[in-house]
Design a protein around this ligand. Structure first.
Ligand code: DAS
Length: 331
């Protein structure tokens, strides 16, 4: 991190999303994500007087619903280089909100925590009435420029809140100040363009990544449980080529018994099965039958982030239930 006299030097990686989107008119008739390039964005931001030196790099310009392994890999590579570059003090990633929690968590698992990495998005396009993107971006720059932001893994800045990647969730499809929440831990800081207040000390000291970035992402589908769920739905997912399965269970990760029995057979034959919950703030703890069933409890991770963690674990050769469970247990 540069000393107090010089401005922090931040790499800004653009991937698209609504923050780089345009509405076309106040009624959002022609809304399209990923229309503004990162260099244009930084030019628009230059007059705001942010206390940082910003360098842009366009990684992609997509709605985040279209972001997957290719963009994840490009982001991971660019941030890994930045982590090793003494001329870079921190990284900001502009990203769509729809899958921000998945990208942020994947990077949190596969990067060292030695420099600030801050993801930021927007709920309204840049030209919409009441657009939130530039405020969120200025907040993200303030966070990424603070040495205190190191040692916290990847952070997500939305709506004046700073969330840890493991906790961050998009909880509303509309609205700007409460679209993202942290679960089970709430905000780890509050931020405005004028002030940044941390709650508590950094919690990560790993100078190297906890897991290697997957060379290939194993196939891990999510089975969404509903009332009256029948086994045929699960059977469609249980192809021979899948390595794991995440259940978005009803309640605390529950399933109709015939479906549960089908998954028990596959789990006992070696498939990694994680019980998560479709309930928004749903904690899923181990139950006595999990040992015999060879199931794993997702604890505080929602289904989409449980899938990210399970893919990373399987790609890193951690397929035994107890190794998987301890990774889900440790924040
Ligand atoms: N267009 C969606 C996305 O890119 C929404 C957004 O960014 O807010 O995630």
């Amino acid at each position: 991190m540069s000393n107090a006299k010089t401005l922090p030097r931040l790499l800004v990686l653009g991937t698209g999303g609504t923050i780089a989107g345009i509405a076309g008119d106040a009624l959002r008739h022609e809304y399209r994500p990923g229309q503004i390039g990162i260099d244009e964005w930084l030019e628009d931001a230059a007059h705001l007087g942010m206390q940082a030196e910003l360098t842009g790099k366009q990684i992609a310009n997509l709605g985040s619903e279209d972001i997957g392994p290719d963009v994840w890999r490009a982001l991971h590579s660019a941030i890994s280089d930045a982590m090793a570059d003494d001329a870079v003090d921190g990284v900001v990633i502009t990203h769509g909100t729809d899958t921000a929690e998945e990208t942020a968590f994947l990077l949190d698992l596969t990067l060292p925590a030695t420099k600030p990495v801050v993801m930021v998005g927007a709920m309204r396009p840049a030209d919409a009435v009441g657009s939130d993107g530039m405020r969120n971006f200025v907040n993200a720059v303030r966070v990424a420029g603070d040495p205190e932001a190191s040692g916290r893994g990847v952070l997500v800045v939305m709506g004046d809140r700073v969330l840890a990647a493991r906790d961050a969730r998009k909880v509303r499809t509309r609205g700007t100040d409460d679209a993202f929440r942290g679960f089970p831990r709430g905000s780890v800081a509050v931020v405005t363009p004028a002030a940044l207040d941390w709650f508590g000390k950094p919690w990560r000291d790993n100078t190297s990544a906890r897991y290697a970035f997957p060379a290939e992402f194993p196939r891990v589908p999510v089975l969404y449980a509903t009332g009256g769920l029948e086994t045929w739905t699960a059977e469609r997912l249980l192809g021979d080529d899948i390595r794991g399965l995440v259940v978005a269970g009803v309640g605390e990760g529950n399933l109709p018994d015939p479906v549960r029995q089908l998954l028990v057979e596959r789990a006992q034959a070696g498939l990694a099965v994680v019980r998560a919950s479709r309930v928004d703030e749903g904690l899923v703890d181990r139950e006595p039958e999990d040992d015999a069933n060879r199931f794993i409890a997702a604890r505080a991770l929602n289904p989409q982030k449980a899938r990210i963690l399970l893919m990373v674990l399987l790609a890193n050769g951690k397929g035994a239930p107890d190794a998987i469970q301890s990774a889900f247990d440790s924040p």
